[in-house]
Design a protein around this ligand. Structure first.
Ligand SMILES: [Zn+2]
Ligand SMILES: [Zn+2]
Length: 806
């Protein structure tokens, strides 16, 4: 019979669905294993090839864990709020909820066609009011604890999407979604105080089993630095406070720079107001990225008529504004030390400002500033001769004693902008009352349902379409009963995904995010695999929410994920990123139609190192299909030659025993280490062995068991055809005997007069006589020594034999 993958895959998928074969059980006595993949955004384009690689990997791990006796939770859901759906809805005049429903249906059927062992009964959809009720509820908890607040801040404004973007969503000065230019604007926004957790988010990485590159990226993003805040007196009377990571270089501060948005400019622009205003307007059009780019030419304007006073030299130094200083970093103002900072150096050169060397070690003229971290202080008055480290400590103490400053830890991480002026998101459950200010809704009024609107477009003034709905907007204050206005901003796309993994543990719960028992049993997640692109967004946001929920006693662990791994992308066949415009997109549906889901699963795991990018290869897909054909033919045809009566014993054949034990060991270890490609290669080698030495039924049984996590449909079908009991997927993961993974024979070199003449196979650790007998009876060697006398024999155990002849 032919390997008819289409019928086989359909048959098993229907059976798994009907029998709920992969349902996780709450309240089980068995040890649990919670495997998580990032739930998809259900776009109109359907599943793309970025999904099967990580999903198959964790499916393999989950299936192996079930075979190892664990109660496994491997869930799937949909992160369905967001712009693409809304834009599609606007264009085609369909309600985003209808678009979402349709897309989720398509995604579900595509995912089922890949044979994943998800527990579909636990599926969550972030746009379902029964789900977002709890997203809103968590927001209210954050508000209650002072971690959600409203602020007038400069924001990144996408000129095309007409909405505010987080810094993380601005790439090279452009909108991450649409590529349009991003400009700065002042806007009133809801903010989440993730900065309050910055220290813990950085420190707690130490004990987590995350791949190193994830830890490094998160630490850099959080950007903790210890320095000092220093007060500079000014000739205008006001004090100017700056943050510096290098208080030791205070003697080298020869000028000051304010960000163009600095509040003191309202008072200090009197000397040359027009020039300053023009510069501020130009800066507002640039993104943070453009402003801080190292390569760009430095620009700035001096504040006329005002000077700062360097507190250690008492010298007057000029004050500039320049866009390379951001309002959001430190205090929005810096002391410039051009002798030891690249950007300050460039600025000083441009404006002809003095450059003073205060650390011996770097070479100022060569712009080599790296060494100034470890040099010796010079030109620095009372800290001359000290090391940088000691200089820092002495200056910081001196400042504190004089009341001119203090030690300060600073973070690059900013508070999280938590508002969008768009329709398709969770409504923020807050009202504004003239008398009471911002007032949260009562818990019993949740979910605050997203109302039906006429138009989904942002208003002309850049407000959410909800702002145009007076009937919805005007309401009563929950506190005083007076007239109040609802918040019309909605939550950002990252809200629903910040806690979705908790909901999976108890998805139908209507009185809590999940029951205490479910959370205690299932969390933390044992293994979470996802994309590197989510390291500084979703992964950090969800750690923050989880820590907050831990602090208020709702979850039992301070961290959501014990282990985090990450995969590489699959590129197009041309080695470029897959994109419609390049015409190199591979649709998983097409591959499944032509070769089957098992082939696609094997292929995306075989394609190369899981953690690295890999280009698509049509030939390699065919190679994977051929492998499955060989497995099919082996079990179908070769077995007929085997004894069929003694089915009960399922012994391994002596000829294949070593190969089988070795493969069990290798496949098991490789899965744990994300070496899926070499695990599959080992299975291919085993099948080759079985073609060379006819396998026994016991050999086939092990092969199907090991193959089952990778290619579950064919494994199950052959299992059934062989008449084995139960399912391949429910077998215990096979054990191996270490001693049997080692060959009991080995090949050694045979030399005559010190020259290599051939090789022979001998038992491991064989004694000299046996080796000598093997050598002299070898066909080739016996001809070479015919008629000669062996006068001496030298044996190196397990390596070689050398015979001296005469
Ligand atoms: Zn945009
Ligand atoms: Zn009120």
């Amino acid at each position: 019979m032919k390997y008819e993958f289409q019928n086989i895959e359909k048959k098993w998928q229907e059976r798994w669905d009907k029998e709920k074969s992969f349902a996780a059980k709450n309240g089980s006595e068995r040890p649990k294993f919670y495997a998580l993949v990032e739930f998809p955004y259900p776009s109109g384009d359907g599943l793309h090839l970025g999904h099967p690689r990580p999903y198959t990997a964790m499916d393999i791990v989950s299936r192996k864990r079930r075979m190892q006796g664990y109660n496994v939770l491997f869930p799937m859901g949909f992160d369905a709020f967001g712009l693409p759906t809304e834009n599609y809805a606007i264009k085609n005049k369909i309600h985003p909820a209808d678009v979402t429903r349709k897309n989720i249906k398509r995604f579900t059927s595509q995912l089922k066609k890949l044979g994943y062992s998800f527990d579909w009964d636990r599926c969550v959809d972030t746009t379902d009011p029964a789900y977002y009720k709890w997203t809103q509820w968590i927001f209210l908890k954050l508000f209650e604890k002072g971690l959600a607040y409203k602020a007038q801040i400069p924001v990144n404004w996408c000129t095309s999407c007409k909405c505010v973007l987080a810094n993380e969503e601005v790439v090279n000065g452009e909108c991450e979604r649409c590529g349009a230019p991003v400009v700065r604007r002042e806007k009133s926004q809801w903010m989440l105080k993730i900065t309050e957790y910055a220290q813990r988010l950085a420190d707690d990485l130490d004990d987590l089993d995350y791949v190193e590159r994830v830890k490094i990226q998160q630490r850099n993003w959080i950007g903790r630095s210890v320095g000092a805040e220093v007060d500079f007196a000014t000739t205008a009377g006001d004090t100017l406070r700056v943050f510096t990571t290098r208080p030791d270089t205070l003697f080298g501060a020869t000028y000051m720079v304010l960000s163009p948005e600095h509040p003191l400019l309202r008072k200090w622009a009197a000397g040359n107001p027009e020039e300053i205003k023009a510069y501020q307007e130009a800066a507002a059009k640039k993104s943070d990225f453009e402003r801080t780019e190292m390569a760009k030419e430095k620009t700035g304007v001096e504040l006329k008529g005002i000077c700062a006073i360097n507190p250690v030299t008492n010298g007057e130094i000029p004050i500039y504004i320049s866009d390379y200083v951001l309002a959001s970093y430190g205090t929005g103002a810096i002391m410039a030390v051009p002798g030891h900072d690249q950007r300050d150096w460039e600025f000083a050169k441009m404006f002809g400002l003095p450059i003073v060397e205060v650390v011996l070690g770097g070479d100022i003229e060569k712009e080599a500033f790296e060494d100034c971290e470890t040099g010796i202080m010079v030109n620095s008055g009372f800290i001359d001769g000290l090391s940088v480290e000691d200089g820092k400590a002495v200056i910081t103490k001196w400042l504190a004693d004089k009341g001119l400053g203090e030690e300060k830890v600073n973070f690059k991480l900013r508070d999280w902008v938590f508002s969008r002026q768009r329709y398709w998101g969770e409504p923020i459950p807050i009202v504004y009352c003239e008398k009471c200010g911002y007032v949260p809704l009562h818990e019993s009024d949740l979910p605050l349902i997203l109302p039906e609107v006429e138009k989904y477009e942002t208003t002309e003034t850049g407000e959410s379409p909800l702002a145009a709905m007076d009937s919805w907007r005007t309401t009563k204050c929950p506190k005083c009963g007076g007239p109040a206005m609802r918040e019309t901003d909605t939550m950002p796309q990252w809200a629903g995904s910040s806690w979705y993994f908790l909901r999976y543990t108890d998805p139908a719960n209507s009185s809590a995010i999940a029951s205490k028992e479910a959370l205690e049993y299932w969390t933390p997640i044992d293994w979470y695999n996802g994309g590197m692109e989510h390291t500084t967004l979703h992964l950090l946001y969800s750690r923050f929410w989880h820590k907050f929920l831990f602090d208020i006693g709702l979850v039992p662990s301070p961290e959501p994920y014990s282990k985090r791994t990450s995969h590489g992308f699959i590129l197009g066949e041309d080695g470029q990123k897959m994109s419609k415009s390049r015409g190199n997109v591979i649709n998983p549906d097409d591959i499944i139609g032509e070769f089957g889901a098992d082939t696609l699963r094997l292929y995306v795991m075989f394609i190369g190192d899981f953690e690295k990018t890999a280009p698509w290869s049509s030939n390699a897909v065919k190679g994977c299909k051929r492998f499955l054909d060989r497995v099919w033919n082996l079990a179908e045809n070769r077995l007929q030659e085997l004894e069929s009566g003694s089915a009960a014993s399922y012994k391994l054949s002596p000829a294949n025993e070593t190969a089988v034990h070795r493969t069990i060991k290798k496949v098991g270890a490789d899965i744990e280490n994300l070496k899926f490609n070499t695990a599959i290669a080992a299975l291919m080698a085993l099948v080759n062995d079985f073609y060379a030495n006819a396998p026994a039924r016991g050999d086939i049984k092990i092969l199907l068991t090991l193959l089952s996590p990778f290619a579950p449909h064919i494994a199950e079908e052959l299992w059934e055809k062989q008449g084995f009991d139960g399912y391949a997927a429910t077998q215990p993961w096979p054990e191996y005997d270490e001693s049997k993974t080692v060959d009991d024979t080995l090949e050694i070199a045979v030399q005559i007069g010190g020259k290599l003449k051939g090789t022979v196979f001998v038992p491991l650790d064989a004694d000299d006589d046996i080796i000598k007998t093997a050598a002299v009876t070898d066909e080739k060697i016996s001809r070479l020594i015919e008629g000669k006398e062996i006068i001496r024999t030298i044996v190196v155990k397990n390596k070689l034999i050398n015979m001296i002849v005469k």
